[in-house]
Design a protein around this ligand. Structure first.
Ligand code: HEM
Length: 136
């Protein structure tokens, strides 16, 4: 971000962030996380495909650059609970998948419901079968 005289304010000089074009000091910058998550220029040709494996590198989950995946915001106002939220998601997924086989009901339509957070319009109909291996 540059002032009207073209001088970057100190906070932006320090970060080393590359900004293409001129944004005058005091401007408001708005970005749309929903659109950014579906842009070919950011995610590549398969941007509209559901591909959880895009998050895996050598079988391990690798978090994307915070400025590319801005769901938790980025920079100095990054969500403080980001790591905690990931840990909770992993713990819940692991404890369910360890005990149950979960299958989405065939033909179930999965549509997004747009609100401040992204819900599934029709929920997610699944069948749950206990796994045979005994887990306490
Ligand atoms: C999937 C779960 C979560 C998502 C998507 C999320 C997303 C976000 C976003 C987008 C912001 C920036 C808001 C803004 O500045 O306009 C934020 C800030 C924040 N989040 Fe989260 N969050 C999640 C979970 C959590 C959890 C579990 C905690 C705490 C245990 C948490 C604590 C915070 C705090 C304290 C801030 C304010 C940071 C600051 O302004 O410096 N978040 N979060």
């Amino acid at each position: 971000m540059l002032s009207k005289k073209g001088v970057p304010p100190p906070s932006y000089r320090k970060t080393g962030t590359t900004i293409v074009g001129l944004i005058f000091q005091g401007s408001q910058v708005v970005y749309c996380i929903y659109s950014m998550a579906r842009m070919e220029s950011i995610w590549g040709k398969d941007c509209l495909e559901f591909k959880p494996e895009r998050w895996l590198k050598d079988g391990q989950f690798v978090s994307e650059n915070q400025f590319k995946y801005v769901v938790f915001n980025a920079g100095p106002r990054l969500c403080l609970g980001k790591k905690f939220a990931y840990m909770q998601m992993k713990m819940i997924a692991a404890s369910i998948l360890l005990r149950y086989e979960v299958k989405v009901v065939e033909g179930h339509k999965v549509d997004p419901k747009l609100t401040t957070t992204l819900y599934m319009k029709h929920g997610l109909l699944v069948t749950i079968k206990p796994r045979l291996v005994g887990v306490a």
